[in-house]
Design a protein around this ligand. Structure first.
Ligand code: G6P
Length: 487
């Protein structure tokens, strides 16, 4: 099989460079090994006058990386607009943050259609397409419109919320119908999968039986594929990374004090405000913990041109300075707050240095930082993971200290418990988590999805599909001549 993987953000094969977001970092090693072609955005735009979509192609392990310049007229409406100001907030149950327009939706559909046309050049008879994440919900339908018959799979890296939440997205019905063009739709957790099935029943009147739904596109399989990491490789990286200058400087600066670490994109879904408030509360309630434990919070800026992200950045900067002002001493800074990215190698070393990992998102598809923190620990003296029960990772890492990120006092207590947890308990909890990590690696995730996708078309159009009642015309179908702009 010739696999074509598609995502908005791609990663180049350089482990020593910072990478933004879990998706690109997770896919890089497996895509490299698989020999797949990985297609995504170059991060640059160009006007739509060119005949062929422009792609810069370079080798990536046994395969290739193709980075496309997306159409300038639609990039903002697609990326900052519909993808990250309508879908992202809704998928993370923040419908109050939805800010979008008809134009954004139009641009989103245009970029999906543009990507579909660009993919045709990588199509061979034995090709299977694997589309990643919420940027491309409608890409499968666009490929089908172009006559593509090969297997097309989709994996959502974020949560899929309850129907009442997703209904906050303008054009939700049209988008979910378009998703049914995929042969296989993968989710991080069974809850996400169930929410999606619930939507199909409630909004489209479609039943899911044995994980399969039949629509006008034929059969689509719905399944949970919890994404993993390579725990062994991460552990090796962590062991080596203790010699890295950044890591040894951090160690030297601690003077025996314990360290808690948080590593996140600067995003409202990550629960950063609540986390800082929990540390504030802990140092207020238990002053003896001042100087005993400090927090290193890495918050990598992302999507900074979107208002909600700019506001969060200001709020966090203010909060950090207030908390440091309240609890700091001439020779002790409670929170070290860094707005930059680090390579996987350095992160592995930082995780191993920290006695507590704090991963407390309000909602998160999986959260690979939680898994990486665990894998990076010294088996003889492992740290403690404080994990939000609303991260997908909590399903597997159930021996972490699970917290409700809305309960500031509860989090403060959990962090204090983590700091003083006896070695025997730390080891028991850590070993149980490692068993889970070894049972669900990224290699297995990749292979499971691809194997399921390969067999997904058997009997696909065997039965006559039930007609879907046409949705109300919320959006005019793409104008026939609109394609011309990008050809
Ligand atoms: C999340 C999304 C990914 C995205 C990453 C970084 O993990 O699920 O699709 O690549 O964030 O976001 P950005 O907008 O900076 O690419």
């Amino acid at each position: 099989m010739n696999l074509v993987v598609v995502s908005n953000r791609v990663a180049r094969g350089k482990a020593n460079e910072p990478m933004t977001g879990g998706l690109a970092a997770a896919l890089l090693p497996v895509v490299e090994k698989s020999g797949a072609i990985w297609v995504g955005s170059s991060g640059r735009v160009r006007d739509g006058a060119q005949k062929e979509p422009f792609a810069e192609i370079e080798a990536l392990g046994a395969g290739a990386l193709a980075m496309l310049d997306l159409p300038a007229a639609h990039y903002g409406g697609y990326y900052e607009g519909f993808a990250n100001s309508a879908l992202w907030p809704a998928l993370h149950s923040r419908t109050d943050l939805i800010r979008t327009s008809q134009d954004d939706y139009f641009s989103y559909r245009e970029v999906n259609a543009f990507m579909a046309r660009a993919l045709l050049r990588f199509q061979k008879p034995e090709t299977a397409f694997w589309i990643q994440d919420y940027h491309f919900l409608a890409l499968g339908a666009e490929l089908r419109d172009l006559g593509v018959k090969q297997p097309i799979g989709f994996f959502l890296h974020t949560p899929w919320p309850a129907s009442t939440v997703i209904e906050g997205v303008p054009h939700h019905r049209e988008l979910v119908e378009a998703m049914l063009a995929y042969d296989l739709i993968g989710f991080q957790t069974q809850d996400d999968c169930d929410h999606f099935a619930g939507y199909l029943a409630a909004e489209l009147g479609l039943d899911v039986e044995g994980g399969v739904v039949t629509s006008r596109y034929g059969r689509s399989q719905l399944k949970a594929f919890p994404i993993g990491i390579d725990p062994q490789k991460f552990a090796e990286q962590a062991t080596k990374a203790v010699l890295h200058p950044d890591v040894s400087r951090l160690r030297r600066s601690l003077h025996g004090e314990k360290l808690a670490i948080g590593v996140d994109r600067l995003d409202y879904s990550k629960g950063l405000v609540n986390r800082l408030c929990a540390f504030d509360r802990m140092w207020t309630m238990q002053p003896a913990l001042a100087r005993t434990v400090s927090l290193l919070q890495i918050a990598t800026p992302s999507r900074g041109t979107i208002e909600a992200y700019g506001n969060l950045q200001n709020e966090l900067a203010k909060l950090v300075s207030e908390v440091n002002g309240r609890h700091g001493e001439v020779d002790w800074t409670p929170i070290r707050y860094l707005n930059k990215g680090f390579s996987q190698t350095v992160l592995a070393g930082l995780y191993r240095t920290a006695q507590v990992g704090v991963v407390t998102p309000l909602h998160d598809g999986m959260n690979l930082v939680a898994k990486e923190y665990v894998a990076a620990q010294n088996p003889a003296d492992p740290g403690v993971l404080v994990l939000s029960k609303f991260a997908g990772a909590a399903n597997e890492l159930d021996t972490a200290l699970l917290v409700n990120p809305h309960d500031i006092d509860g989090m403060a207590r959990a962090i204090a418990t983590a700091v003083s947890m006896p070695l025997a308990e730390r080891r028991l909890r850590w070993e149980a988590m490692m068993v889970k990590l070894r049972a669900g690696t990224i290699q297995q995730w990749f292979a499971d999805f691809v194997d399921t996708l390969e067999t997904s078309q058997s009997g696909k159009r065997a039965s006559e599909p039930p007609a879907i009642e046409p949705p109300p015309v919320l959006w005019p179908p793409r104008l026939a001549n609109s394609n011309a702009r990008y050809h």
